[in-house]
Design a protein around this ligand. Structure first.
Ligand SMILES: NC(=O)c1ccc[n+]([C@@H]2O[C@H](COP(=O)([O-])OP(=O)(O)OC[C@H]3O[C@@H](n4cnc5c(N)ncnc54)[C@H](O)[C@@H]3O)[C@@H](O)[C@H]2O)c1
Ligand SMILES: [Fe+2]
Length: 390
């Protein structure tokens, strides 16, 4: 007899959330044994003044800080190498990540490199990191990837044009300080793209073949908060209630998908990042409606529950009607948030993309995420879905 499936749930030792929790950074650094900190961030965050504020707070507490602010969006292996040089030069014993998913992912990989000298591709895949690295404390500024609470990092191997997905409990931040005030300044296109990324985390975690009793409530709460707050966060960037709702949704989505999994949307978004250079959130957003329509027949009760959670279907609505309403709701959401279609953001004619379709489909499948989708796609079906999203 086959034994029943078991599940593992990983989360940071400490997650603090609410307005102003960023002020707790020096205390958390001390709690996790830090005396010399490397702060990993990007030029945009430095410009906002948020990095300077964190450095000043740490220095006031007598903690020696060096800043690595060279992370680029959808970060590369070179970013990790430069960050690791900065870590060594400063002889840091703890890493603080400040920014969106890109600085947080670089910080995680820089921290494990302190104890794992192998070339980066050795860490690709599941549980490939042998030794614990330095502790990481993550403070997200987008809402967002949820990377502050996940055991995942995504780094682009520029030479091979591959987004390396690394999943290992060694990558988990020790603490996350989730302060929605850091997201108040996000411009509309960023709010839209990272917000639909959050929604995709919730939906994919919930319909995934790895969904389980601990991830389901987190995924549904992520979806509910996103439906309630994303439009308002986009329309009124300084609306504190909406920003708080989205920041919490992002953290819940991270906990859900990293302990369940993402699925076909994330798999198919990977080649859009490497080939068309679309940012992660946008590449998911342009695919979500078409992939949902395709996947519904294999998990209609689950998608109907998503529809009821976003309130585009009443509790008594039948599953087929609720699922149809969900696809329409997702399309309308993209239109409201002014998310362009794939053809508008690709900056390439279809004639250049079409010959790559099968390679893109193979790259999507190679990510492993489509294997967790409720409906398992062939390469030809994936190519057809890119066509539909175009
Ligand atoms: N590790 C995970 O669990 C996980 C999950 C999903 C995505 N990701 C990865 O995260 C990356 C994307 O991260 P992201 O979408 O958060 O964006 P990002 O970190 O790439 O940031 C995008 C841009 O937004 C700016 N920015 C960030 N916060 C801002 C703020 N509050 N106000 C104004 N500007 C701000 C940054 O300076 C940057 O220029 C991708 O590489 C993706 O693969 C990781
Ligand atoms: Fe994502």
């Amino acid at each position: 007899m086959e034994s029943p499936p078991t599940h593992r749930f990983d989360a940071p030792a400490c997650v603090q959330h609410g307005a102003g929790v960023r002020a707790q950074l020096p205390e958390r650094v001390r709690e996790f044994g830090g005396t010399r900190v490397l702060l990993v961030t990007d030029p945009g965050i430095v410009k906002l003044g948020v990095a300077g504020e964190a450095v000043a707070a740490l220095e006031r507490a007598g903690i020696a800080v060096a800043v690595f602010d060279g992370v680029q969006p959808d970060p590369t292996d070179a970013n990790v190498a430069q960050g690791f040089e900065a870590l060594r030069a400063h002889r840091a014993d703890l890493v603080v990540a400040l920014g969106g998913g890109s600085p947080i992912d670089v910080a995680k990989v820089v921290a494990i490199r302190a104890a794992n000298p192998e070339p980066l591709p050795a860490f690709m895949g599941l549980h490939k990191i042998a030794h614990p690295g330095l502790p990481v404390i993550a403070m997200p500024t987008t809402a967002g990837t949820g990377s502050e609470v996940t055991k995942v990092a995504v780094i682009t191997d520029v030479g091979r044009r591959v987004k390396m997905m690394m999943l290992s409990a060694r990558l988990l931040p020790r603490a996350a300080l989730v302060d929605y005030e850091l997201s108040l300044g996000m411009p509309k296109p960023l709010t839209a793209a990272v917000g639909v990324d959050t929604l995709t985390h919730g939906i994919e975690a919930y319909v995934s073949r790895k969904a389980n009793a601990l991830t389901d409530p987190l995924a549904l709460q992520c979806i509910e908060l996103t439906a309630r707050h994303l439009r308002q966060a986009w329309a009124e960037p300084s609306n504190r209630e909406a920003r708080e709702g989205m920041m919490l949704a992002a953290t819940l989505g991270g906990l859900a998908f990293s302990n369940s999994s993402v699925a076909l949307v994330h798999g198919m978004s990977r080649p859009l990042g490497t080939l068309l250079h679309l940012p992660h959130g946008l590449s998911n957003a342009v695919l979500l409606p078409a992939v949902t329509r395709y996947s519904i027949p294999a998990a209609s009760e689950r998608y109907a529950a998503v529809a009821r959670t976003v309130r585009c279907a009443a509790p008594e609505t039948s599953a087929p009607a609720a699922c149809a309403a969900l696809v329409e709701w997702l399309e309308a959401l993209n239109r409201t948030l002014e998310i362009p279609r794939l053809s508008e953001c690709a900056r390439q004619p279809w004639s250049r993309v079409e010959p790559e379709l099968l390679k893109m489909a193979q790259d999507a499948l190679a990510s492993g995420s489509p294997a967790q989708n409720p409906r398992l796609p062939t390469p030809e079906e994936i190519a057809q879905l890119y066509r539909e999203a175009w």
